[in-house]
Ligand binder design. Structure first.
Ligand code: PLP
Length: 396
């Protein structure tokens, strides 16, 4: 069996990571070196300087490319550094169509950094194919998709959206951070570039910041590798090692994240104090059928709106004990946050409201603790919130 026919978990543990040929070390060495000695000028063993390439980074890049079923992987210092390399493919006068419910930092990067260099941006609900088609202009070069989206977990039909974008010769970028390649592989659905914040599920232990790109097209790979080296947003070797170590358990962690999230989403959807739950695994949700088709499971992220005031929602995020109040997601531990004032504070309020992001929205990153403990934690916090609201007359 060739290596690329091996299963996902096998590749997560072995792809790009043969035992170290000099010592037999089973773990990829952390090559803490900035430069590499050359035999004679420009004659070397494949590495010259660690911004251009480092063996620990090569192992990570090969492993991520293999998991996405892509040909070329590139690792970056953060998800945003990876995104920045993609936007640098553009020229002044080019236009981007992006989802109206995507990570706030992506929106900030294009609007607040690249608009001044002449890059235009239109945000649209990409789960609506007609709206996506209508937003594309003759100068649209990039269509930026996030599915499930952040924080409303909307599902975009990636195959359909890629078809529409390609009719207009636009490059399709999919941020696959929420799903990970274990649940969804956008290149197989027609995307040109997959973006990751490896800070999240891929690293998986909330101990590293990193990013990655995966592509199939050799020309695109070469242009992005040029930008990676020319702009220099690369990860250090220890960070690459941490993400590689995280990847080894990605499959088992994702199964547990999904098991727990499915139980919690079902519980919240029956809870009398919850007005609305957003989770692509709940039957009847707008993206349910497409999610069933393009994802193997619905993932570990849930958003919901409490049946109460915005103040109550904010208070709830401080009352949980196992769900820690923090930004980020995808670690083994459960997190809770209030997107309007935290992860999405950089998105204008009108855009949030237009996308359907309620001021009282709460987002959960469901960890891999015992599901019963997580359910009890949420129930206790919701009850506590209700009791204090009743006492202060806040409930509507
Ligand atoms: N994409 C998504 C979906 C994210 O949630 C984030 C960060 O929260 C990013 C990209 C940016 O990644 P990083 O924080 O590693 O720069």
């Amino acid at each position: 069996m060739s290596d690329d026919q091996q299963g996902f978990s096998t590749r997560a543990i072995h792809a790009g990571q043969p035992p170290d040929p000099t010592t037999g070390a089973i773990m990829t060495p952390v090559y803490l070196t900035s430069t590499f000695v050359q035999e004679s000028p420009a004659v070397h063993k494949g590495y010259e300087y660690s911004r251009s390439g480092n063996p620990t980074r090569t192992a990570l890049e090969s492993c991520i490319a293999s998991l996405e079923n892509g040909r070329h992987g590139l690792a970056f210092a953060s998800g945003l550094a990876a995104e920045d390399a993609v936007v640098k493919l553009l020229r002044s006068g080019d236009h981007v169509v992006a989802g109206n419910d995507l990570y706030g930092g992506t929106f900030r990067l294009i609007r607040q950094v690249y608009e001044q260099f002449g890059v235009g941006l239109t945000v649209v609900d990409t789960s609506d194919s007609r709206a996506l088609r209508d937003a594309i202009r003759p100068n649209t070069r990039l269509v930026w998709l996030e599915s499930p989206s952040n924080p409303l977990l909307k599902i975009t039909d990636l195959a359909e959206a890629s078809r529409i974008a390609h009719e207009h010769n636009a490059i399709v970028v999919v941020d696959n951070t929420f799903a990970t390649p274990y649940l969804q592989r956008p290149l197989e659905l027609g995307a040109d570039i997959v973006v990751h914040s490896t800070t999240k599920y891929m690293g998986g232990h909330s101990d590293v910041i990193g990013g990655a790109l995966v592509v199939n097209d050799p020309d695109l790979a070469q242009r992005l590798a040029f930008l990676q080296n020319a702009a220099g947003g690369v990860p250090g070797p220890l960070d690459c090692f941490l993400v590689l170590r995280g990847l080894k358990t990605l499959a088992v962690r994702m199964d547990r994240h999904c098991d727990n999230a499915e139980k919690i989403a079902a519980h919240l959807s029956r809870h009398p104090d919850i007005r609305q739950v957003f989770y692509p695994g709940l039957e009847g949700q707008p993206g349910y059928e497409v999610a069933q088709r393009q994802m193997s499971r619905p993932g570990g992220m849930i958003s919901f709106v409490l049946d109460g005031s915005v103040e109550e929602a904010r208070r709830l995020t401080s009352l949980t004990r196992l769900f820690s109040l923090a930004e980020s997601l995808g670690g083994v531990e459960s997190l809770i946050e209030h997107p309007p004032t935290m992860t999405h504070a950089s998105v204008p309020r009108e855009q949030c409201l237009a996308a359907g992001l309620d001021d009282g929205l709460v987002r959960l990153s469901v960890g891999i603790e015992d599901a019963d403990d997580l359910l009890a934690d949420l129930d206790r916090a919701i009850a506590g919130c209700r009791a204090s609201a009743a006492a202060t007359g806040l409930r509507r």
